[in-house]
Design a protein around this ligand. Structure first.
Ligand SMILES: [Zn+2]
Length: 180
């Protein structure tokens, strides 16, 4: 199964982090590369040609005209927060050894307590799904949601044909090795 990762290196400073992921545009292009490492592929028909509907941040397939959003099917779609806020939240949640309280997270990110709680909850949910967090040695998987639409057999969900697992990982292992 292909896994696509965002790796934030160990001890990545906030300054470095912001240089790499500090704007919505940077986050979107990082996410695009994770989701479609070989270039855009229509989740409905597999076609590679697309056009961007900029106003609605959608990608439309040139072949079957179905529309896909970059974040659909991922935890990022669970709130209305911008991607850069999510990325920064993940940075704070994973880089601090003792974790960060949702109140503190809310203040740091400038988001509501409710949004912060939901973000933390989502992240913890994903983390809990991993069997042995500790053996990952600080490396945390953000999301294993499955991207894509249904294939011709009409199946949906995790077992559906043609679904690609989307795993974004924050690699903060001491040797900086990506998780496999
Ligand atoms: Zn298509």
């Amino acid at each position: 199964m292909p896994k696509n990762k965002v790796q934030f290196q160990q001890g990545l400073s906030l300054t470095q982090f912001l240089t790499q992921y500090g704007s919505e545009e940077l986050c979107r292009s990082a996410l695009f590369r994770m989701r479609w490492p070989q270039g855009f592929q229509c989740p409905e028909c597999g076609h590679g040609g697309y056009c961007e509907i900029l106003s609605r941040k959608l990608y439309q397939c040139n072949h079957c005209h179905s529309q896909t959003s970059l974040i659909s099917g991922s935890i990022f779609a669970s709130t209305k927060l911008p991607l850069k806020t999510w990325f920064l939240g993940i940075y704070f949640v994973t880089q601090s050894k003792d974790g960060i309280s949702s109140l503190n997270l809310a203040r740091t990110l400038g988001i509501s307590a409710t949004a912060s709680l939901r973000m933390k909850h989502k992240l913890q949910q994903v983390m809990k799904e991993r069997d042995d967090m500790n053996s990952l040695n600080g490396l945390i998987l953000i999301d294993d949601a499955y991207w894509g639409g249904k294939k011709r057999d009409g199946k949906r969900g995790r077992g559906a044909t043609g679904k690609m697992p989307f795993v974004a990982a924050l690699s903060i292992t001491p040797d900086g090795l990506p998780y496999h």
